[in-house]
Design a binder for this molecule. Structure first.
Ligand SMILES: [Zn+2]
Length: 98
């Protein structure tokens, strides 16, 4: 009976060590800092969803002020990175295999 318990404990311990090794904690720089907005947002280019502070938020103040449509006035664009932002404005269509 004790053998069973010891085997379970040994397996549990080695699995725990294995997962610790396989999935280490992300570095501190990847973690949200104080004041970071962690609301999930969807990329306007590829549709990927990620926390706001990790992506690029773009507000359109000049165009929106001139617009009569109130929906346009507070429209924000969000992107994963500057590459997606550039591709979006270049009028490209998202290609997951590119
Ligand atoms: Zn994206």
């Amino acid at each position: 009976m004790f053998a069973v318990i010891i085997i379970i404990l040994v397996i549990w311990a080695s699995m725990w060590a294995f997962y610790k090794f396989m999935y280490p904690r992300p570095p501190k720089s990847m973690m949200p800092k104080e004041g970071d907005v962690i609301t999930p947002r969807q990329c306007n280019f590829c549709g990927n969803s990620l926390a706001e502070y990790r992506g690029v938020l773009e507000t359109k103040p000049i165009m929106a002020a001139a617009s009569d449509n109130p929906i346009d006035a507070n429209q924000e664009l969000f992107f994963c990175n500057y590459e997606h932002q550039a591709d979006f404005h270049a009028g490209k269509i998202y290609d997951p295999h590119a």
